[in-house]
Write a protein that binds this ligand. Structure first.
Ligand code: CA
Length: 229
């Protein structure tokens, strides 16, 4: 299996280097950025499994970066702050950060908590095994592996069904093409993310009233897809 990818966004060089060194020793695949804008760009490019995000950053602060990441991408965010005030902690968690650590911190504690967040995140992305998902006129039945629109069964290939079920059982959450590929086609699959686009197009033709203006299976430009229930 590939190493988990961690993106560190931190402008203090000594901390950046120390954290990078430690996480590399722990066999993570580590990427770095030194300001908020660069961090956001790299997060979109690399699609890390976790972002370690400093609060006070040049160009765009960590709170803003966290907000944008949360809105558009499904990846855990771990905030680092120089301020120990409780208010920062609260704000950090309110905007959707998964965990929070205050400088100075021990590397051992950081690694333990990073692993914790990653573990939690991977268990959360498991499919909720809902037997029937209803969305307007669309019904998706897990056991019989069939979907119906206005009670009429629609013919779907197994991968189309899996993709529809996966997105619909995580309604409102965005997934990147890479995440979808890994989840439905597996890590071994050496594929093209366009495989996902093609399946999405096929599904839309079957479930959307107007496939060119989808209302259920939504494209999030530059990110991936989301199912809106
Ligand atoms: Ca800083």
């Amino acid at each position: 299996m590939d190493s988990e990818k961690i993106l560190i966004i931190e402008d203090e060089e000594n901390i950046l280097e120390a954290v990078k060194y430690t996480l590399t020793q722990e066999n993570f695949d580590v990427f770095t950025a030194i300001d908020g804008e660069e961090g956001l760009t790299k997060a979109l490019e690399i699609r890390p499994d976790l972002v370690l995000l400093d609060v006070m950053l040049p160009k765009m602060d960590g709170f803003e970066v966290c907000r944008i990441l949360r809105k558009n991408l499904d990846m855990p965010v771990f905030m680092i702050s120089a301020k120990s005030e409780e208010i920062d902690r609260v704000v950090g968690l309110e905007i959707g950060a998964d965990d929070y650590i205050t400088k100075p911190f021990s590397m051992r504690e950081l690694v333990a908590r990073v692993r914790n967040v990653l573990r939690r995140a991977s268990s959360q992305t498991k499919v909720n095994d809902l037997e029937v998902i209803k969305c307007g006129e669309l019904e998706i039945h897990l056991t019989s592996h069939k979907a119906t629109v206005r009670g009429e069964e629609i013919s779907m290939k197994p991968k189309e069904f899996d993709l529809l079920y996966f997105l619909a059982s995580n309604t409102g959450r965005a997934f990147t093409r890479d995440q979808i590929l890994k989840r439905l086609w597996g890590h071994e699959y050496i594929g093209d993310v366009r495989t996902v686009d093609v399946h999405v197009r096929w599904i839309r033709e079957k479930i959307e009233t107007n496939p060119s203006r989808p209302e259920k299976l939504i494209t999030i430009r530059g990110v991936g897809y989301r199912f809106d229930g």
